[in-house]
Ligand binder design. Structure first.
Ligand code: GLN
Length: 290
């Protein structure tokens, strides 16, 4: 019997400000990424980067930054700008997948004007800005659902800041909930492979397709696996099978996500989005593990 000597695929995730920005279970996103990698034999190493830690882009394949209260965002904003900014920009411009949730999302935009105190300068990755309407203004709180990539994303939001997009592309369109600002039905923002969103919950447990999207982006970038429909592909799926049929290569083997899709669609139902729930269930559960 031949022993499989191919080294396992590995990815390194940098978790920015794990102690300052970790609201509503944001850490759950890391647990999901790790588990979904593990189920495919991919090793995901997680490195925490706190205040004062430099960010050397070559050491990471993906980055995550969570959300927090205004008072926690102040020192993070300074550290992002003064310590991690150059490394983070280099990673982002080199198409590293980055997920930024709520407060982390706000600080990757131009600036955040909190309810009280001076503006927090952001990194300007997203051409967008955030204004808190004041301590008396109602917060944007509750379950939220958006359209994304022909499917849906669901989560929970709680933010006082309202984000307005300049030229930044939205992550999706609000189906139910507040999204960026409760006014223009946009939610989140995208720049290259950097995704900003207000969706906590945490986000990824109920959105396995988005988790896999991030993992796939990281694998493609690290192992230089690029597939184009017209030139046909010769590539390797993580479990060793090969595809030469010219379609876009799905890198990751599919997992049994019944529980995840039940949680996702029951939140859509709870929000009164019955048709989306049926469509999403049908779309994703046709892809049962073969
Ligand atoms: N403190 C920010 C706001 O209220 C972000 C909140 C969060 O990360 N949940 O808008």
């Amino acid at each position: 019997m031949t022993q499989n000597t191919t080294p396992p695929l590995t990815l390194t995730l940098g978790h920015l400000y794990p102690d300052q920005l970790n609201l509503y279970g944001d850490r759950g996103n890391i647990l999901v990424l790790r588990r979904r990698c593990q189920q495919r034999g991919i090793k995901l190493r997680v490195v925490g980067l706190g205040i004062g830690d430099a960010l050397a882009p070559d050491e990471y394949d993906m980055l995550f930054i969570g959300g927090g209260q205004d008072k926690e965002e102040v020192p993070v904003a300074q550290d992002l700008y003064n310590i991690k900014g150059i490394g983070l920009w280099a990673a982002i411009e080199d198409d590293m997948p980055v997920l930024a949730v709520c407060g982390g999302y706000q600080l990757l935009a131009q600036y955040y004007r909190p309810a009280s105190g001076p503006d927090m300068r952001g990194l300007g990755v997203f051409d967008a800005w955030t204004i808190h309407k004041g301590a008396r203004a109602p917060r944007c709180i509750g379950d939220v659902a958006i359209s994304w990539n022909g499917s849906t994303l669901v989560g929970f939001e709680n933010h006082g800041g309202r984000t307005y997009l300049g030229t930044a592309r939205p992550l999706g369109k609000v189906l139910k909930g507040h999204g960026n600002n409760s006014e223009d039905t946009t939610e989140g923002a995208i720049y290259r492979n950097t995704y900003g969103t207000y969706m906590h919950g945490s986000l990824l447990p109920k959105n396995p397709h988005f988790a896999d999207h991030l993992i796939e982006l990281a694998l493609r970038r690290k192992y230089d696996i690029w597939a184009t429909p017209d030139t046909g592909t010769t590539g390797e799926r993580t479990n060793g099978t090969t595809s030469t049929d010219g379609d876009t290569l799905a890198l990751l083997t599919s997992l049994d996500d019944t529980l995840e899709w039940e949680a996702h669609t029951s939140l859509l139902e709870k929000l009164g989005l019955h048709n989306q729930a049926v469509a999403t269930w049908q779309a994703h559960n046709a892809v049962k593990v073969s």
